[in-house]
Design a protein around this ligand. Sequence first.
Ligand SMILES: [Zn+2]
Length: 271
Amino acid sequence: MPDETILQLWVDGSRRETGSGASVYSVEPTIKVSKPLEIWPTALQAELVAISLAAEEISNKISNKKIIIYCDCKQALLSLGRYRCSSSLLEDCHNNLCEAAASNEITICWTKGHSGNKLYDMEDNLARKSAGEPPRSPEPFIAPTIRSLIELRKEETRKQFLTYWDRTPGCREAKEALMYPDPKRTDLFMRLSRKNLRLVIGLIISHWHLQKHLLNMGISNTDICRGCGEEEESAEHILCDCVALQTLRLSIFGDIQIRMSGIRAAQPGQI
Ligand SMILES: [Zn+2]
């Protein structure tokens, strides 16, 4: 029969851009274990590693006790409760818990994360810290999921594209108007009608029926603005400071002049 003293262990897995980490924390007995993981594990996998670590600590140091393991990841608890193990990590975690439970009475409880509990915060800090540390043994510890690989590939492709975007000369107007490609902003553009999308994209990349562009194409013999008759009729001039369009600009953007940074922040429909 276990004695009536209830020991409390806190487990947490953390995932950051630099990597993942898992940790176990307990005041009595003193347990402060963290394990840096590589970039592959998902948050769920890091949580399962943390529970597995807790089970190993219990097996090594504790016997004949009632123990509560607190975890803030419902998905991890649901996974452990399933009849079938869908991964070797889950199976290992389950086996480690069974081993620890052979000489202890173990309960795993869900606890709300970031709710002001000091013990949880200690644990959370430990997990975050370990997530920023380099792994201490050869990688990978955990087989990456297909989803992780897809996300990693997407991120690599995005980085390559941004490098290409930065290093490619020209496209000054488009770069000023868009800064960097943004999927959310792309989605907003795609909601425009075909006619308006053509107009907005034409203005952003300066390939529209503007005198500057027409002169470059050899279609016009001047690049002077047809609105104000004073400056070069470029996309930036039309969008930002042509005096002939001050009233329209005031009604749309709330100012008679704007900068290209204002165009970057504007809704595509406003442009
Ligand atoms: Zn003008």
